[in-house]
Structures are given as structure tokens and as C-alpha cells.
Ligand binder design. Structure first.
Ligand code: FES
Length: 219
């Protein structure tokens, strides 16, 4: 039922693990009462929207000795967002909780590996959870007065004529761009402002490395 083909003939396959986490998501805040309680008791709260699809994610965390000991979430996202956030929240809280710095290093590829695969075009859904976690951790740092640790994502304009930003390049990579030609096809970057091409190529490599180069997660 969940194995479908897109127009270009690409197979879309949801593994048994994805289906399990979609139908029985872990750490989901199921009711309004639960989310209100979490809002009162959480050490950090984060909320993020996906520029790629407009879906939303809210996350509540509890932190002890620099480890994330609890992570609950709610989303208006798709099946992939539900399954990948269920797995992501499991990964960062299992075995007594992951250190904050390690949790921030988890890549979509790591989540996909634990899910026994995720369609590449759905990787941006798992990034939604990562961004909500970042926001929750920043909120925790703010509440605990560790202001020097807060990391803000500043937007930088790369193509000065078409006003294409580093975030547009990031979204294009999450949407499947792997070469400069792919990137240009999706964003039109560098067509008029040719001076930005070296920086655009560098950012392309940076985001591919950030999201898709495999790494091993250790506690
Ligand atoms: S399509 Fe929006 S979260 Fe998956």
C-alpha cells in the first residue's frame, strides 16, 4: 500500500520500520492536556516550520547533566516526518539520554539508517525535527543563562541579483541537488550574478556533507 511510483518512475518505498514508527509513534504528545503540561514542565521548547512544505513541528525537552533525558513532540507533518521524529526522539533519549552536542550532530542519513531507509525526497521531513530540537536547545540555554552557547541561524544572501540565500541552497540540497547544475536548475543561482558561483559551489558541498555524509553515532 505504501510502495508507490512517482511520475518519473522512481520507486517510493517505506520500510517496515518506517511504517511501525508512523502507526505507533514514540514520544508523541497526544492530547492538548499533555502538551499544556509539557509546556509548564519542559526545560526547553522549540517550534519550527519547514520552508520546503510549510509543515510544523513542536518539541519539548528535559535536560539533566547535559543529556537529553526526555523529548516529546507534535507535528502537522507527513508520514515521513512522524516516523523520522519518532525515531529521532528515540535516538536522543535512549540509554539514559544523549549529550546535547552529540544530539546536534545527528544527520538525516543517521535517522534514515535506523529506519531502514527513507525516500531521499523526504529527507527534509527529518530536518524539521532537527531544527525543532535546535530551537528547544537554544531555549534551554536561554532559560539556564548559558547565552554564549546559543547558535542562531543567520540568513546570508549569496546571489545578489536574484536574492538567493544560503537557506535556498540548503533546501535545494535537501530536495536532491547534488551538482552545481542541479542547484542552478532549481534556484537559477549564478545565472545573472556569476561572481557568486564559487561561494555557491562551496555551500553546495557544505550542505551535502552536513546532511548526507554518513557518520556513526555514539553515546
Ligand atoms: S512533506 Fe512536510 S514534513 Fe514531510
Amino acid at each position: 500500500m505504501y510502495d508507490v511510483k512517482s511520475k518519473d518512475g522512481t520507486e517510493w518505498f517505506y520500510s517496515e520500520t518506517v511504517k511501525k514508527h508512523f502507526f505507533e509513534p514514540k514520544n508523541l504528545a497526544k492530547t492538548k492536556e499533555e502538551s499544556e503540561k509539557l509546556t509548564k514542565e519542559a526545560d526547553g521548547i522549540g517550534e519550527e516550520g519547514s520552508p520546503a512544505c510549510g509543515d510544523m513541528m513542536k518539541m519539548w525537552i528535559k535536560v539533566k547533566d547535559n543529556k537529553i533525558i526526555d523529548c516529546k513532540w507534535q507535528t502537522f507533518g507527513c508520514a515521513s516526518a512522524i516516523a523520522s521524529t519518532s525515531m529521532f526522539s528515540t535516538m536522543i533519549t535512549e540509554n539514559g539520554g544523549m549529550e546535547i552536542e552529540k544530539a546536534l550532530e545527528i544527520k538525516p542519513q543517521d535517522i534514515a539508517n535506523r529506519l531502514d531507509g527513507l525516500p531521499t525526497r523526504k529527507f527534509h521531513c527529518s530536518v524539521l525535527a532537527d531544527k525543532a530540537l535546535r530551537a528547544a536547545i537554544n531555549d534551554y540555554y536561554k532559560k539556564t543563562n548559558q547565552l554564549d552557547k546559543i547558535k542562531n541561524d543567520r540568513i546570508k544572501i549569496v546571489d545578489k541579483i536574484l536574492k538567493i540565500t544560503d537557506h535556498d541552497i540548503e533546501e535545494a540540497v535537501l530536495d536532491g541537488a547534488r551538482t552545481f547544475e542541479d542547484l542552478q536548475k532549481r534556484t537559477k543561482i549564478g545565472i545573472q550574478d556569476k561572481t557568486c558561483i564559487p561561494e555557491a559551489e562551496q555551500l553546495l558541498r557544505y550542505y551535502i556533507e552536513k546532511y548526507f555524509v554518513k557518520q556513526t553515532i555514539s553515546q
